[in-house]
Ligand binder design. Structure first.
Ligand SMILES: [Zn+2]
Length: 180
């Protein structure tokens, strides 16, 4: 893929502004997320193996360790199943809508991703790079969670103190993680 393959679309209407190719088939899902979560600047959708396995199982990923807590401040949620009417209707828009619905009581900034039931992960970030980093982190977290749950199916999530310590040292006003 090169720059010439990029397609620029209007954020409100989804109409192509620049580029010769058709935009992603999931364009309307991405637009629904940009419109509902105005603070985000990038959305990534993959069918990465371990994250998709959780989506197929209809299961969110609980924070089982500090790798999770470094990126996601709590469970990475799974949406409900889409209804037959939603699937046969405006499918891509409805896919965005079930993610937004799942975040009714969640903060998309501190939990920058979700699993769409039976489909796969969507992540987002401050910009495109952040969204890609969160997609890679989600896949690694999902892999670790799969291994952990295979060793000990009843593994509980880490406690709030450890979750907060790891999340907040990398994010938020008092973050200090790293060397710069
Ligand atoms: Zn997909």
């Amino acid at each position: 893929m090169t720059v010439s393959h990029m397609v620029v679309v209007d954020l409100e209407s989804g109409e192509v502004v620049e580029g010769r190719l058709a935009p992603s088939s999931n364009l309307l899902t991405h637009l629904a997320l940009y419109q509902a979560f105005p603070q985000i600047g990038g959305v990534v959708h993959t069918h990465s193996r371990f994250a998709t396995a959780f989506a197929q199982a209809g299961r969110g990923i609980l924070p089982l360790g500090t790798t999770h807590a470094d990126y996601f401040y709590g469970e990475i949620p799974c949406t409900r199943e889409l209804t037959p009417a939603e699937i046969s209707g405006a499918y891509e828009i409805e896919m965005g809508a079930v993610i937004v619905e799942r975040f009714t009581d969640l903060d998309p900034k501190s939990i920058p991703g979700a699993l769409v039931h039976g489909h796969g992960p969507f992540t987002w970030g401050r910009d495109a790079t952040g969204a890609v980093q969160n997609a890679a982190a989600l896949e690694e977290i999902a892999c670790m969670a799969t291994l952990t749950l295979s060793l000990a199916p009843d593994t509980p999530p880490i406690g709030d103190a450890l979750l907060a310590r790891h999340y907040l040292r990398k994010h938020g006003p008092r973050s200090y993680y790293g060397q710069t």
